[in-house]
Each structure stands twice: as C-alpha cells, then as structure tokens.
Design a protein around this ligand. Structure first.
Ligand code: AMP
Ligand code: ZN
Length: 416
C-alpha cells in the first residue's frame, strides 16, 4: 500500500531519537504509521505506514456498524505487521497517538482501545489527536506553513474553512449546514450511474476523459437534460455579507434526484457527461463563492466590503486538504478564482498535500499528535473516550493531562 511518493520518504535505518506509533480509524480507513523525530526543530520523518479501506460499494455507502467491525478486524493486524517489521519487541515506540475525534464512535473506539493497551504494555504516553488538526498540519511534513493561515478541509465528512492562529487556536469560518461536498458528490455520482467506492474521485476521472465542451459566446451548448444548478445562497433574499457564512451541498443532490425523476428512462451517455460536469463544476463554484464572501468580510478592503474587519490580515498560506482537495479542477479554481489579491493585497501560497496524504491516513495523526505533545504539552490518560463531534475550535477544551518536563524528556530523548 505504499505509494511511490511516500516510499521515497521512508527511512528504515535513520539515526533514532524518538518514535511515534499513530493509529487512525475515524471513518472507513484503518491506518497505522510509524514516525521518527530526530531534533526539536526538525520535521518528523515517516518510517512506514499502512492503510486498509472498507469496501462499501455493495452497501451503497458507509454503514457505521460495518465500519466498526472492519476496524476491529483489521487494525490489530496492521499494528502487528508494523511491530514485526520494526522490532517493537526490542525497541517499542516512545509515544502512541490515536484519533480521538471527530468521527464515527464505534470506528474511533476500535483504535482507541488498542492504543490504550499498547500504551499500558509499553508504559509510554498516549495522545488523543484531533482528526482535523491532522488534515490542517499535513503540509508541515514538507514545508513550514506560517501562522496565521487558512485551511480548506473538504472530505467525505467535512467541508470547512478554518482560520488558524497557532497550533492550539483555530476558528471555523465556514462550515457546511448539511452534508459535506464529498458526500454530496459521491451520492450525485451514484444517482447518475457510477458504481464503486469514492465515487467523486471516479466522477473526476470520467470528466477528464469525457470533457464537456467549454461554453464560449460562439458556441453555446444546449444542455441535453434539464438540470440547472444555481449557486446556493445567492439572490435577493440573501444578504451579500451574512453574519454566518455556510456551505450547503444537499441541494445539489435533491436537484439531481428530482431531475432524474422527471426522466424515468435511463439517461444516455451525453446526458451523464453533461450532468457529471455540471454537478462538479457548480459544487466547486459554490465553495469558491463562499470563500470569496469570507475573504471580503475578513479582508482589509473596505471598498469591497464596508464592514471588512481585517481578521485575515497577515494570512499568506492556504492549506487545501481532505479527499476532495485531490481534485484537479478544484485546485485550478482555487488558484485562479479566489479574490485574495483584491481583499488582502497579495497572492496566497497554496499548500496541496500529495494526493495520498489528502485522504485519511495515520501519518497526519502522528504529526498532529507530536504537535499536541511537544508544542501544546497536552496528552491523554486511560480515561480517554472517543469524541465523535468535536469542533476544532474546541481543541483545548478537553480534560487534557499536562505533559510535565520529566515526561517530555523521557519521550523525546533529544540529548541521548
Ligand atoms: P476523506 O473523507 O478525506 O477520506 O476523502 C474521501 C472523499 O473524497 C470521498 O467523498 C471521495 O469520493 C472524495 N475524493 C477523493 N478523491 C477525489 C477527487 N479526485 N475528486 C473529488 N473527490 C474526491
Ligand atoms: Zn479526514
């Protein structure tokens, strides 16, 4: 399961300082990673990682109880493989990191219980990690992302724009009021005849192989089916600069379903081609449109928005992560259509993690766990339980155990 990009980073015989075993099973991926940290200021190195994904194609979506059984069945074997390969008998990891939330309760608990057992057996500290912090910090494996920065997290379970001032301080600027963009695209794709796992990804491949002709004034293409998706939350009944900015993706799905009801016969290839293109395009245009509203409200240009509060002043970096951030069309729209220069006076620097790190993985959990342990000095104890709903702005609002100097020194071994 190693990809070529990640395998380049594998370090099997590097000088050892301290090693971190990370477990992630918040949704349908069972993941285990081993990271190594050699110096206080250095970036963690990925020693190895494994991932196994539940197949939900036949079920038509992820069933939480099936995911829980899958993780209970799988995660122990992945840890055992890592333990054998890296000789944990003689040389156990120094820190265990495990996703505490958000996610599905049963899925999270499968790894949490195993992580507690390992921490007890090896007598090493345990860190319950915030899954979204993992997505936010992923680019830091390769580069320094400077605070404050913005992150667009768009996956099967989340779609949000987050403003981060430091490792422990995050504010959700836009959230979805219904379902996530990945969920919506997956379900729309299923409606128009795609089959399998991660249907939004399959739909992107299909669109690239079957592009709908771009419209110009010379060639206006008549849609082959009456699906007309507008940009949500636009129009006279909506405030241009609302108090609360939100995404909505459920309306795309219901429009697709009602259109298909009007056409009970199976759609033909041209209609599918148009629908796939139109659905993906409008969902991404909606993301761009809402981020532009946030940029105007929190930018510094009072001509564009008289009440602009300047909160985003100083933001240069934008992280785009989560499974949907792998989409090339979304990346193109973000790079070309955001009003960054107009609202903040300069162009942003985008950070798109490598495709294999955009989706859920345990590497990001190890990375975020190291951040929580070293920078925030917070860890967990044996009373840790899953927190299925856990807004990232409430990261510090937990009964954390303080990492004292003795524990820090015992784990980090930087001077040994
Ligand atoms: P995650 O929830 O982060 O594991 O990501 C899974 C979601 O990302 C699913 O909804 C996938 O269909 C979606 N996804 C993965 N790759 C792509 C892609 N290239 N384009 C659009 N969506 C994608
Ligand atoms: Zn995720």
């Amino acid at each position: 399961m190693l990809t070529s990009r990640l395998s380049l980073r594998l370090v099997r015989h590097a000088r050892r300082s301290y090693r971190v075993l990370a477990l992630e099973s918040s949704c349908d991926d069972s993941c285990v990673a081993l990271l190594e940290k050699q110096t206080p200021a250095g970036r963690p190195i990925v020693v190895d990682h494994y991932k196994s994904t539940l197949s939900s194609a036949a079920a038509g979506g992820i069933i939480p109880t099936a995911a829980q059984v899958f993780h209970n069945y799988t995660i122990g074997g992945l840890v055992d493989k890592m333990a054998t390969t890296y000789n944990f008998d003689q040389n156990p990891p120094d820190l265990i990191c495990v996703t505490k939330g958000p996610g599905m309760a049963g899925s999270l608990t499968a790894s949490i219980q195993l992580a507690k057992g390992l921490a007890l057996a090896w007598k090493v500290p345990l860190v319950g990690v915030h899954h979204m912090l993992g997505h936010l910090l992923t680019p830091q494996l390769d580069v320094d992302v400077k605070y404050p920065f913005l992150s667009l997290l768009c996956s099967g379970g989340h779609t949000m724009l987050v403003y981060s001032k430091s490792v422990g301080h995050h504010e959700v600027i836009i959230n979805t009021m219904d379902i996530a963009v990945g969920d919506s695209l997956d379900k729309c794709a299923r409606e128009i005849g795609f089959y399998g796992n991660q249907l939004a990804r399959e739909m992107e491949k299909y669109i690239r192989n079957n592009p709908w002709p771009a419209e110009t004034t010379a060639t206006v293409t008549e849609p082959p089916i009456d699906l007309a998706l507008g940009l949500p939350m636009k129009g006279p009944k909506y405030l241009r600069f609302p108090d609360k900015i939100e995404f909505t993706f459920a309306s795309f799905l219901s429009r697709v379903q009602t259109t298909l009801k009007r056409h009970p016969d199976a759609i033909d290839e041209k209609q599918r081609q148009y629908m796939a293109h139109h659905i993906q395009n409008m969902a991404f245009d909606h993301i761009i449109d809402r981020i532009n509203v946030a940029l105007m409200i929190h930018g510094t240009n009072k001509k564009l928005c008289p009440t602009a509060d300047g909160k985003f002043d100083g933001v240069i970096d934008i992280v785009c992560s989560g499974g949907v951030a792998a989409n090339k069309s979304l990346r193109h729209k973000l790079s070309h259509n955001l009003k960054f220069r107009e609202t903040l006076g300069h162009e942003p620097t985008f950070h798109f993690p490598p495709l294999d790190l955009c989706t859920d993985n345990a590497i990001m959990i190890g990375l975020a766990g190291i951040g929580q342990f070293e920078k925030l000095r917070i860890m967990s104890d044996m009373s840790m339980v899953a927190r299925p709903k856990w807004p990232i702005n409430e990261l510090m609002d937990e009964s954390w155990v303080h990492v004292d100097d003795a524990t820090y020194d015992k784990v980090t071994k930087y001077n040994s």
